[in-house]
Design a protein around this ligand. Structure first.
Ligand code: TYD
Length: 219
């Protein structure tokens, strides 16, 4: 935590589509909410304007740099309206995706230069960085199967990202794993092929290994 005005705790949850982050994230949020005031939010989105941008981002074809800029536009609004005020109040913010997703999807997946993304990151976030990030990781075969199964069960259609190729997701996953390797203190990789109880145990262990987060042991 670099910004001295920030007193809360900023947690982000990441992974390729189909990595199975939702259930574990809901559990984690419940556990933490029992200890501290917790704001559960998501990207792209998290604000009324961000949700409108999300609609465009998930369903409209656009230039890859436009996509990157809109992700950061939504993020700026999210930080200004939701994340920064909650952290200033000393609350815990848990965001379903944040800037690691831009490095992974737009950078790794689409091929936007990492340095360009880093410039936008500095501009939009200043010193704000997550204190802790869970990266849910599964082999792509598992992730793809989960997405197709979910679409069948809900009779829903796949969004623009979910329709991307195997190679796109391979690059996205690789970029996520590379970021985790570069920031092992901040990012914990969770093997989400395991049953939920084991996934929970991995999350618990990751939190125990980071006493600086000052979260009491979760059940
Ligand atoms: P997701 O969070 O997976 O929502 P749902 O669980 O409802 O499908 O969908 C958001 C999509 O947006 C996901 O495919 C990843 C993508 N995304 C990016 O490409 N870049 C970003 O910076 C963010 C935050 C998300």
């Amino acid at each position: 935590m670099n910004d001295s005005s920030k007193q809360g705790l900023f947690i982000t949850v990441e992974g390729v589509d189909g990595a199975g982050k939702s259930t574990a994230m809901a559990w984690l949020a419940e556990q933490i909410a029992a200890q501290r005031t917790t704001v559960l939010t998501r990207e792209p989105g998290g604000t009324p304007l961000g949700d409108r941008l999300r609609e465009l981002l998930l369903h409209e074809a656009m230039d890859l740099e436009t996509e990157t800029l809109l992700m950061f536009a939504a993020r700026r609004e999210h930080i200004a309206q939701v994340i920064a005020p909650a952290l200033a109040r000393g609350e815990v913010v848990i965001s379903d995706r944040f800037t690691d997703a831009t490095f992974a999807y737009q950078g790794g997946g689409r091929g936007v230069g990492f340095e360009k993304i880093a410039q936008l990151e500095r501009w939009v976030q200043g010193e704000l960085q997550p204190d802790f990030t869970l990266l849910f990781d599964v082999p792509l075969e598992v992730a793809r199967a989960r997405i197709c199964q979910r679409a069948e069960q809900t009779q829903g259609s796949l969004d623009k990202f979910e329709q991307e190729s195997f190679a796109f997701f391979q690059r996205t996953r690789d970029a996520y794993l590379q970021r985790a390797e570069q920031a092992p203190q901040r990012m914990a990789v969770i093997d989400s092929t395991r049953p939920l109880d084991e996934v929970k145990a991995q999350i618990r262990a990751a939190l125990v290994a980071r006493p600086q987060l000052q979260l009491a042991t979760i059940e």
